[in-house]
Design a protein around this ligand. Sequence first.
Ligand SMILES: Cc1cc2nc3c(=O)[nH]c(=O)nc-3n(C[C@H](O)[C@H](O)[C@H](O)COP(=O)(O)OP(=O)(O)OC[C@H]3O[C@@H](n4cnc5c(N)ncnc54)[C@H](O)[C@@H]3O)c2cc1C
Length: 185
Amino acid sequence: MPHVIVIGDGPGGLSAALFLAKNNLDVVVYGQDKTAMNWALVRNYLGIAEIGGTEFQKVARAQVASFGVTVHDATVEKIEPHAEGYRITLASGANVTAKYIVLSEGKAPKLALQLGLVFDDKIGIATDKNAKSNLDGVYVVGRSSRPGRSQAIISAGDGAAAAIDILSREKGEDVVDWDSPPKES
Ligand SMILES: Cc1cc2nc3c(=O)[nH]c(=O)nc-3n(C[C@H](O)[C@H](O)[C@H](O)COP(=O)(O)OP(=O)(O)OC[C@H]3O[C@@H](n4cnc5c(N)ncnc54)[C@H](O)[C@@H]3O)c2cc1C
Protein backbone atom coordinates (compact mmCIF):
# COMPACT_ATOMS: atom_id res chain seq x y z
CA MET A 1 0.00 0.00 0.00
CA PRO A 2 1.51 3.39 -0.97
CA HIS A 3 1.71 6.13 1.65
CA VAL A 4 0.28 8.70 -0.76
CA ILE A 5 -1.88 8.63 -3.88
CA VAL A 6 -1.48 11.70 -6.10
CA ILE A 7 -4.28 12.26 -8.60
CA GLY A 8 -3.28 14.56 -11.45
CA ASP A 9 -0.02 14.84 -13.36
CA GLY A 10 0.20 18.60 -13.93
CA PRO A 11 2.69 20.81 -12.04
CA GLY A 12 0.73 20.50 -8.76
CA GLY A 13 0.64 16.71 -8.66
CA LEU A 14 4.17 16.17 -9.96
CA SER A 15 5.62 18.68 -7.50
CA ALA A 16 3.94 16.90 -4.57
CA ALA A 17 5.22 13.56 -5.85
CA LEU A 18 8.77 14.90 -6.20
CA PHE A 19 9.02 16.11 -2.60
CA LEU A 20 7.35 13.00 -1.18
CA ALA A 21 9.45 10.48 -3.09
CA LYS A 22 12.69 12.40 -2.57
CA ASN A 23 12.02 12.01 1.17
CA ASN A 24 11.34 8.30 0.89
CA LEU A 25 7.56 8.08 1.01
CA ASP A 26 5.98 5.57 -1.33
CA VAL A 27 3.96 7.56 -3.88
CA VAL A 28 1.84 6.67 -6.89
CA VAL A 29 0.63 9.24 -9.43
CA TYR A 30 -2.32 8.89 -11.79
CA GLY A 31 -2.80 11.08 -14.85
CA GLN A 32 -2.95 11.01 -18.61
CA ASP A 33 -0.89 14.05 -19.55
CA LYS A 34 -4.04 16.09 -20.20
CA THR A 35 -2.62 19.03 -18.29
CA ALA A 36 -3.27 22.59 -19.47
CA MET A 37 0.54 22.90 -19.62
CA ASN A 38 0.40 21.32 -23.06
CA TRP A 39 -1.06 24.61 -24.33
CA ALA A 40 1.39 26.89 -22.55
CA LEU A 41 4.58 28.73 -23.44
CA VAL A 42 5.98 29.37 -19.99
CA ARG A 43 7.96 32.57 -19.41
CA ASN A 44 6.97 33.24 -15.81
CA TYR A 45 8.42 30.27 -13.92
CA LEU A 46 11.23 31.70 -11.79
CA GLY A 47 14.58 30.16 -12.67
CA ILE A 48 13.53 29.14 -16.20
CA ALA A 49 13.74 31.87 -18.86
CA GLU A 50 11.37 30.23 -21.31
CA ILE A 51 10.11 26.71 -21.93
CA GLY A 52 7.26 25.09 -23.81
CA GLY A 53 4.70 23.60 -21.44
CA THR A 54 5.00 20.15 -23.00
CA GLU A 55 8.78 20.24 -22.60
CA PHE A 56 8.35 21.41 -18.99
CA GLN A 57 6.15 18.40 -18.31
CA LYS A 58 8.66 16.05 -19.93
CA VAL A 59 11.45 17.37 -17.71
CA ALA A 60 9.21 17.26 -14.62
CA ARG A 61 8.12 13.68 -15.29
CA ALA A 62 11.74 12.58 -15.75
CA GLN A 63 12.73 14.35 -12.51
CA VAL A 64 9.96 12.59 -10.59
CA ALA A 65 10.82 9.24 -12.21
CA SER A 66 14.45 9.67 -11.10
CA PHE A 67 13.18 9.34 -7.51
CA GLY A 68 11.34 6.13 -8.34
CA VAL A 69 7.83 7.46 -8.98
CA THR A 70 5.73 5.90 -11.71
CA VAL A 71 3.07 8.08 -13.32
CA HIS A 72 0.31 5.65 -14.21
CA ASP A 73 -1.52 6.47 -17.41
CA ALA A 74 -4.94 5.88 -15.88
CA THR A 75 -8.07 7.76 -14.88
CA VAL A 76 -9.27 7.53 -11.32
CA GLU A 77 -13.05 7.00 -11.45
CA LYS A 78 -13.97 6.86 -7.81
CA ILE A 79 -12.67 7.75 -4.36
CA GLU A 80 -14.10 6.87 -0.97
CA PRO A 81 -13.07 6.80 2.69
CA HIS A 82 -11.59 3.50 3.84
CA ALA A 83 -10.47 2.04 7.16
CA GLU A 84 -6.82 2.68 6.20
CA GLY A 85 -7.42 6.14 4.70
CA TYR A 86 -8.93 6.43 1.24
CA ARG A 87 -9.57 3.96 -1.55
CA ILE A 88 -9.56 4.81 -5.23
CA THR A 89 -11.01 2.84 -8.12
CA LEU A 90 -9.39 3.07 -11.54
CA ALA A 91 -11.20 2.87 -14.88
CA SER A 92 -9.91 -0.74 -15.10
CA GLY A 93 -11.77 -1.56 -11.86
CA ALA A 94 -8.54 -1.95 -9.85
CA ASN A 95 -8.49 -0.52 -6.30
CA VAL A 96 -5.62 1.20 -4.49
CA THR A 97 -5.65 2.43 -0.89
CA ALA A 98 -3.47 5.02 0.89
CA LYS A 99 -3.41 7.03 4.09
CA TYR A 100 -3.03 10.35 2.23
CA ILE A 101 -4.52 11.71 -0.99
CA VAL A 102 -3.23 14.69 -2.97
CA LEU A 103 -5.89 15.88 -5.41
CA SER A 104 -4.51 17.94 -8.29
CA GLU A 105 -7.38 17.51 -10.70
CA GLY A 106 -7.14 20.85 -12.45
CA LYS A 107 -10.02 23.18 -13.29
CA ALA A 108 -12.89 20.69 -13.00
CA PRO A 109 -12.41 18.55 -9.92
CA LYS A 110 -14.77 15.58 -9.75
CA LEU A 111 -13.20 13.30 -7.16
CA ALA A 112 -13.11 16.08 -4.58
CA LEU A 113 -16.87 16.42 -5.00
CA GLN A 114 -17.30 12.67 -4.50
CA LEU A 115 -15.66 13.12 -1.10
CA GLY A 116 -18.13 15.88 -0.25
CA LEU A 117 -15.73 18.80 -0.69
CA VAL A 118 -17.33 21.94 -2.07
CA PHE A 119 -16.00 23.56 -5.27
CA ASP A 120 -16.81 27.20 -5.97
CA ASP A 121 -16.01 28.52 -9.48
CA LYS A 122 -14.38 31.64 -8.03
CA ILE A 123 -12.60 30.44 -4.90
CA GLY A 124 -12.14 26.76 -5.65
CA ILE A 125 -11.98 24.18 -2.87
CA ALA A 126 -11.19 25.61 0.56
CA THR A 127 -7.82 24.59 2.00
CA ASP A 128 -5.40 25.92 4.56
CA LYS A 129 -2.03 27.32 3.48
CA ASN A 130 -0.54 23.83 3.41
CA ALA A 131 -3.25 22.71 0.95
CA LYS A 132 -5.01 20.68 3.63
CA SER A 133 -8.75 20.31 3.00
CA ASN A 134 -11.25 19.87 5.80
CA LEU A 135 -11.01 16.08 5.36
CA ASP A 136 -8.19 14.51 7.34
CA GLY A 137 -5.50 13.20 4.97
CA VAL A 138 -6.91 14.89 1.85
CA TYR A 139 -4.92 17.73 0.24
CA VAL A 140 -6.17 19.79 -2.72
CA VAL A 141 -3.57 21.65 -4.76
CA GLY A 142 -3.25 23.92 -7.77
CA ARG A 143 -6.02 24.98 -10.07
CA SER A 144 -8.68 23.08 -8.11
CA SER A 145 -8.06 25.22 -5.05
CA ARG A 146 -7.24 28.48 -6.91
CA PRO A 147 -9.21 28.58 -10.18
CA GLY A 148 -8.64 32.31 -10.57
CA ARG A 149 -4.90 32.07 -9.86
CA SER A 150 -3.88 29.43 -12.38
CA GLN A 151 -0.12 29.63 -12.85
CA ALA A 152 2.25 26.67 -13.05
CA ILE A 153 4.54 27.94 -10.31
CA ILE A 154 1.60 28.42 -7.93
CA SER A 155 0.39 24.86 -8.51
CA ALA A 156 3.91 23.52 -8.02
CA GLY A 157 4.23 25.53 -4.79
CA ASP A 158 0.94 24.15 -3.50
CA GLY A 159 2.09 20.61 -4.28
CA ALA A 160 5.36 21.20 -2.43
CA ALA A 161 3.54 22.63 0.62
CA ALA A 162 1.20 19.63 0.74
CA ALA A 163 4.11 17.21 0.53
CA ILE A 164 6.11 18.93 3.27
CA ASP A 165 3.03 18.90 5.49
CA ILE A 166 2.53 15.16 4.94
CA LEU A 167 6.23 14.48 5.58
CA SER A 168 6.08 16.55 8.77
CA ARG A 169 2.98 14.72 10.01
CA GLU A 170 4.62 11.37 9.37
CA LYS A 171 7.83 12.40 11.13
CA GLY A 172 6.07 14.15 14.02
CA GLU A 173 8.16 17.30 13.56
CA ASP A 174 8.73 19.96 10.91
CA VAL A 175 10.63 18.62 7.91
CA VAL A 176 12.86 20.76 5.73
CA ASP A 177 13.97 19.44 2.38
CA TRP A 178 17.29 21.22 1.87
CA ASP A 179 20.34 20.05 -0.05
CA SER A 180 23.77 21.68 -0.17
CA PRO A 181 26.55 21.30 -2.71
CA PRO A 182 29.46 19.06 -1.68
CA LYS A 183 32.17 20.93 0.26
CA GLU A 184 35.36 21.65 -1.64
CA SER A 185 38.40 19.92 -0.13
C1 LIG B 1 -3.42 28.30 -23.25
C2 LIG B 1 -2.79 28.25 -21.87
C3 LIG B 1 -1.62 28.94 -21.64
C4 LIG B 1 -1.06 28.95 -20.36
N1 LIG B 1 0.11 29.63 -20.17
C5 LIG B 1 0.67 29.64 -18.95
C6 LIG B 1 1.89 30.35 -18.72
O1 LIG B 1 2.47 30.95 -19.63
N2 LIG B 1 2.41 30.34 -17.47
C7 LIG B 1 1.80 29.67 -16.44
O2 LIG B 1 2.31 29.70 -15.31
N3 LIG B 1 0.66 29.00 -16.62
C8 LIG B 1 0.08 28.96 -17.84
N4 LIG B 1 -1.09 28.30 -18.05
C9 LIG B 1 -1.75 27.69 -16.85
C10 LIG B 1 -1.09 26.36 -16.44
O3 LIG B 1 -1.15 25.43 -17.49
C11 LIG B 1 -1.83 25.88 -15.19
O4 LIG B 1 -1.67 26.84 -14.17
C12 LIG B 1 -1.29 24.55 -14.68
O5 LIG B 1 -1.37 23.55 -15.68
C13 LIG B 1 -2.09 24.14 -13.46
O6 LIG B 1 -1.50 22.97 -12.94
P1 LIG B 1 -2.35 21.97 -12.03
O7 LIG B 1 -1.39 20.88 -11.66
O8 LIG B 1 -3.01 22.73 -10.95
O9 LIG B 1 -3.53 21.42 -12.97
P2 LIG B 1 -3.48 20.78 -14.42
O10 LIG B 1 -2.23 21.14 -15.11
O11 LIG B 1 -4.76 21.15 -15.07
O12 LIG B 1 -3.40 19.23 -14.16
C14 LIG B 1 -4.48 18.45 -13.79
C15 LIG B 1 -4.22 17.03 -14.27
O13 LIG B 1 -5.05 16.12 -13.57
C16 LIG B 1 -5.49 15.13 -14.45
N5 LIG B 1 -6.68 14.52 -13.86
C17 LIG B 1 -7.82 15.15 -13.49
N6 LIG B 1 -8.71 14.26 -13.02
C18 LIG B 1 -8.10 13.06 -13.05
C19 LIG B 1 -8.52 11.73 -12.68
N7 LIG B 1 -9.75 11.50 -12.19
N8 LIG B 1 -7.66 10.71 -12.86
C20 LIG B 1 -6.41 10.94 -13.35
N9 LIG B 1 -5.97 12.17 -13.72
C21 LIG B 1 -6.81 13.21 -13.57
C22 LIG B 1 -5.75 15.92 -15.73
O14 LIG B 1 -5.82 15.08 -16.86
C23 LIG B 1 -4.52 16.84 -15.76
O15 LIG B 1 -3.42 16.23 -16.40
C24 LIG B 1 -1.68 28.24 -19.30
C25 LIG B 1 -2.84 27.52 -19.55
C26 LIG B 1 -3.41 27.53 -20.81
C27 LIG B 1 -4.68 26.75 -21.05
